[in-house]
Design a protein around this ligand. Structure first.
Ligand SMILES: [Zn+2]
Length: 206
């Protein structure tokens, strides 16, 4: 072990974060040691951890359960947008184009990165839909390979468990392939929502 144990522990802690390798973790750890504000950072993490909860309805991170959006009677409870991450909720809220509610999967299906279907809040979504009252589910996962696979996984889980299943749609192709929802401009998101399409061929026909 090259560094004193407490420093090594801090480096190891940073290294567990997505996209942070050993070198970045070392840089962050040394920066934190020099930084007069490091104690503030530690407190901020502690506070964020203690003062947020997961919404028991939509699985988003919130200060209260249910979250502000799930508790808002003005939001259409019959329309649910399924997104990968809380930051995608923020993006859609910033666009102002969506008046329904959300379900946050907390990730995308990515076996290579160790995210398996059971890590996503799909079970909670199915339980939520089983209570009835939802007429449309909009798959608003990222338009990349993981997002597509995740959307199909959600659709399959819902259609095999809920009869009759709500209409399942996906954001229109106005969303550039491979992009992330969070970087879309208001206009693009509005168009993609407006032109959303039913998933797959119409069912109930031969
Ligand atoms: Zn909620």
């Amino acid at each position: 072990m090259a560094y004193p144990e407490p420093l090594e522990a801090l480096i190891a802690a940073f290294e567990r974060y997505p996209g942070i390798g050993r070198r970045s973790a070392e840089r962050l750890a040394f920066h934190a040691l020099r930084d007069r504000e490091a104690r503030g950072l530690a407190q901020a993490i502690e506070r964020a951890y203690k003062q947020t909860v997961r919404c028991s309805v939509c699985a988003n991170v919130a200060v209260k359960d249910p979250c502000r959006i799930c508790a808002d009677p003005e939001r259409d409870a019959g329309l649910i947008a399924v997104v990968e991450e809380p930051r995608h909720v923020e993006a859609m809220e910033r666009s102002g184009a969506f008046k329904g509610r959300y379900h946050v999967l907390m990730g995308a299906w990515n076996a290579a990165e160790g995210t398996e279907p059971e890590h996503l809040s799909i079970r909670a979504l199915v339980d939520r839909l089983a209570q009835g009252g939802v007429r449309e589910l909009i798959l608003a996962t990222d338009p990349d390979a993981e997002g597509e696979a995740t959307g199909l996984l959600v659709a399959e889980a819902v259609e095999s468990a809920i009869h009759p299943a709500p209409l399942i749609t996906r954001l229109a192709r106005g969303v550039p392939a491979g992009s992330s929802l969070e970087y879309l401009h208001r206009g693009i998101l509005e168009d993609a929502l407006e032109a959303r399409r039913p998933l797959g061929p119409p069912r109930g026909r031969s």
